[in-house]
Structures are given as structure tokens and as C-alpha cells.
Design a protein around this ligand. Structure first.
Ligand code: IMP
Ligand code: MG
Length: 173
């Protein structure tokens, strides 16, 4: 990793507090439901691990990997399944968890995919949201932090092979 001064956007303490609040809200909203947390790899693995420990309900947790065609850091317009949902989610109240909603192309694809698999309900939870970058009409039901159009890394978010394990979110420049 490069050794330069980091412009921290969201601190560990801010993340901890917000994830706790979001988990408490999800706990309230999903009481009596059949919660299935669907975490999108790899970006959301750290967020998911913290979030599910802030949800005081019985829940199934599954992972899915999608990828967009092309090699850019952002979506190229077409999304495909690389690793499929490992369970039959028919009848479940699925909460899709991702690190960031940027153009929204990934999330729109996964929401439709999960609906087609027969989920009872589908909601979206994201750590970060960049609404100014949206190309399709998708909204988060739970969003921890709205951010400007800047490329950020840390707390699961990467640039190439770097920074996923950094415990806070900072501006990559
Ligand atoms: P979308 O399909 O354009 O909404 O893109 C979502 C994906 O793009 C995220 O799950 C990330 O993998 C990646 N992405 C978008 N913005 C950033 C960023 O600022 N930092 C790191 N990854 C990002
Ligand atoms: Mg991602």
C-alpha cells in the first residue's frame, strides 16, 4: 500500500455508530419476518459482518457475486452472476447488502434477480450511496452514508488489490 497521508471521509467510530443504528432499525422492521441477508461479495463482506451482529433477529445469511463486463472500477452497463445465491430464497424477506450504490446498475440487476427467484419481499441496504452518479432508478431502503462523487476505499471497498482491510473509509486520489 502507498504510504501517503489519507483523507479520511468516514471514521471507524462514525461507521460503528451508524451500523449500530441501521441494525436496530432493521431489527424493528423485520420482526416476525423471514429475514435473509444477501451480501454482495466482495465489497460488502466487512459491512455485512458488522451489520448482522447489530441485527437482533434470527437470520439466514448468504453471499452472491456479480460482475459487470469490462475491467473498469465502475459498472459497464451489463451485470452477470459469478457466484449464485446458495439457497432457495422463495418466501424469504430478502435484504440485499452492498458496499456502495454508484450507477445503480448492479443493484437494479440483483433486485430483479432476487424477485424472479420468488422472494416475498426485497429491500436494499448499502453502506454508501452516490446518488449523483445514478444511471438507473434504484433507491436504498437503508443507507448509512450519502457521499459526493468521489472514489473512496476502505472498509471493504477496494482499488485494485488494495485497501479492503482498512477499517475506515477514505478518499482515494
Ligand atoms: P454500480 O453498479 O455502478 O452501482 O456499482 C457498484 C459497484 O461499483 C460497487 O459495488 C463497487 O464495487 C464499485 N464502486 C463504485 N464506486 C466505488 C468507489 O467509490 N470505490 C470503490 N468501489 C466503487
Ligand atoms: Mg461491489
Amino acid at each position: 500500500m502507498e504510504d501517503k497521508e489519507r483523507n479520511i471521509l468516514i471514521t471507524e467510530e462514525e461507521i460503528r455508530q451508524k451500523v449500530k443504528e441501521t441494525g436496530a432499525q432493521i431489527t424493528e422492521d423485520y420482526r416476525g419476518k423471514k429475514l435473509y441477508v444477501l451480501s454482495l461479495l466482495r465489497g460488502s463482506f466487512i459491512f455485512t459482518a458488522d451489520l448482522v451482529r447489530a441485527i437482533d433477529l434470527d437470520t439466514t445469511i448468504g453471499f452472491m457475486t456479480t460482475s459487470s463486463y469490462g475491467h473498469s472500477e465502475t459498472s459497464q452497463g451489463i451485470c452477470k452472476v459469478v457466484y449464485d445465491v446458495p439457497d432457495n430464497i422463495e418466501g424469504y424477506d430478502v435484504l440485499i447488502v452492498d458496499d456502495i450504490i454508484d450507477t445503480g446498475i448492479t443493484m437494479e440487476f440483483v433486485v430483479n434477480y432476487v424477485r424472479e427467484k420468488g422472494a416475498s419481499s426485497v429491500k436494499v441496504c448499502t453502506l454508501l450511496d452516490k446518488p449523483s452518479r445514478r444511471k438507473v432508478d434504484v433507491e436504498a431502503d437503508y443507507c448509512c452514508f450519502e457521499i459526493e462523487d468521489v472514489f473512496v476505499v476502505g472498509y471493504g471497498l477496494n482499488y485494485g488489490d488494495h485497501y479492503r482491510n482498512v477499517p475506515y473509509v477514505f478518499n482515494w486520489k
